[in-house]
Design a protein around this ligand. Sequence first.
Ligand code: FE2
Ligand code: FE2
Length: 275
Amino acid sequence: MHSTVKVTDKIYWLGANDRRTNLFENMWPIPQGVSYNSYLIVDEKIALVDTLEYGSSDDYLDKIEDLIDGKPIDYLIINHMEPDHSGAIKTIVEKYPDIKLVGNLKTFKIVDAYFGLKDMQYMVEDGDEISLGHHILKFIMTPWVHWPETMMTYDLTEKVLFSGDAFGSFGTLDGGIFDDEIEFEEYYEAEMRRYFSNIVGKYSNMVQKAFKKLEGIDIKYICATHGPIWRTDINKVLSLYDKWSKFEAEDGVVIIYGSMYGNTAKLADNIARKL
Ligand SMILES: [Fe+2]
Ligand SMILES: [Fe+2]
């Protein structure tokens, strides 16, 4: 029994929870873990959207096989080449040697460096589309959210935005996968803010540029590469990302200090007490 979850009729979530890693990117503490989300679209043609961190799921290929029943995967859409999403590319390519890797010019510079795979590359530009039969995928270039090659894939048919790391969150998906199945305010909002501030926040101006490109697009689902899938309250996640990337203030005070002999620490304590 493999845990795949239907997002829509033909789109499946193939995520994996990581409860073992202490430091994400060997840097950011993740006491609540993190999920890596990969998605499969099973249409006349079959497309996999991003893969997983290497070794995060020992039944990834089995899950895929259960859904496609011996058919080949036609496309692997690479929205982002960071290893937490590109880690299983080699495994996928070995299993499905006729697959086409879909990415942009900058994607393939990184693919070249990591894997080679020159003859599998299918280059797309901003606004290009691929038809899977019923589903039509459109590619939206969103560079530097948060790597140079980052792009998003929009399914025109069911209005699903595969957003890569944008709109992602730390925290494993503990049974609830969709925004209406989780306790967002009590749990994921803080994890999402931490994810944003640590991973994406430095590129906030590029997040704002991405927002401009998404203007006017009807989005029914947001499928990010970490954290919950949004299908009920899309505006909540969009408005939080908008607010954070504009550096809008929230009520509260942060006191940051360094103290060699403890005197500045005492000062900070005093300021905190006065406040
Ligand atoms: Fe990333
Ligand atoms: Fe990521």
